[in-house]
Design a protein. Sequence first.
Length: 402
Amino acid sequence: MKILHVIANLAPRYGGPAKAAMEMSEALAKLGHQVSIFTTDQDGPDRLDVPLGEPVLKNGVEITYFPIQKPSFWGTSLPMAAALKREIPKYDIVHIHALYLFHNLAAGYYSRKYKVPYIVCPHGTLDPFIYQRHRSRKRLMELLFENRNFRNAAALHFITEEEMHLAKPVSFDQRGMVVPIGLDLTEFVHMPDKGAFRARYPELKGKKMILFFGRLNFKKGLDLLIKSFRSVLQAHPDAALVLTGPDNDQYGEQVRQWVREENLTNHVLFTGMLTGQDKLAVLQDADLFVLPSYSENFGIAVIEALVCGTPVIVSDKVNIWREVVSHEAGLVCKCETASVAEQIIALLDDPGKREAMGRSGIDMVRKQYHWDHIGQSLESEYRHIIQTGAVRNFLMKATSAP
């Protein structure tokens, strides 16, 4: 199959969707398919140092970057639109990532024009918490093109059953397929020495380390985590909170202000974004991982923590929470300060439970979230869509024949 993925940006700062689109494409290429990605060189206020308009081969995937243009918040790129017009007829299927952006307008339009089946992956944007943000602007996009994209899509790609359930009221009863995202487990074969991260920060010596790993962003529940940590310290004075991740939206200063207001400066460590072995080191050294998000389509950092043997606490708005509970790999809290504190204290009180959950988390990820298996699931869905479309076109031609 010739498969085209279209996404606004691939820079690491954009988190889960960018990472998922790249690794999804690599998994499909590994199965022998010809996979391409069209994207832009957007990297926050900067630009990626990549060739523009020329395919770059990475792990079997052809990536073509196009220049980001104003208004950049919309992912605008007229050169990308021109390329989509020219290239979409050459593909068997198009996979469009995210909503309400320039590439959704262009990719959806040209896929319909050239009768190439396409899939739309909302990446959590239909979750009620996110759906209602900037509603007037989104409503305009829906009227202009997004509703048409939905109604004519071959399928909507949801990452979890929970996401599909939450999106049902606004998805026009369109066919949904649930295929999770996963991990390249080869990245976790060569782990750093246990204690490597703590050794870099003497202030963590002898501390119970609570880790937040993700973008410093309004939806991540960092207000709940900071406020709850005051209660955690009362029960466990030897606790330390480590906040790891990029500050894309200048939200970090708000988080630091909460830390100051709660008099927690000496108990909270900001590391910035960590990658490679540094990322593995912090995930492995944590006593537990906490993600109390108000909305989280999946939470790739959750399964990264789990495969490192670290038990997790997630809110019931993190769409993978049911799987975490069913595999006994962590605990679930409500988006309430008291609930977050209660679950953190419960795990800090029970080292044996943390160890057992760590083992269960490793088993959960290795069985369910390996890209090799997920790639095969996507392949099967693509084939079904392409074959169904071919049969439909044949029948339409047959019934219209004189």
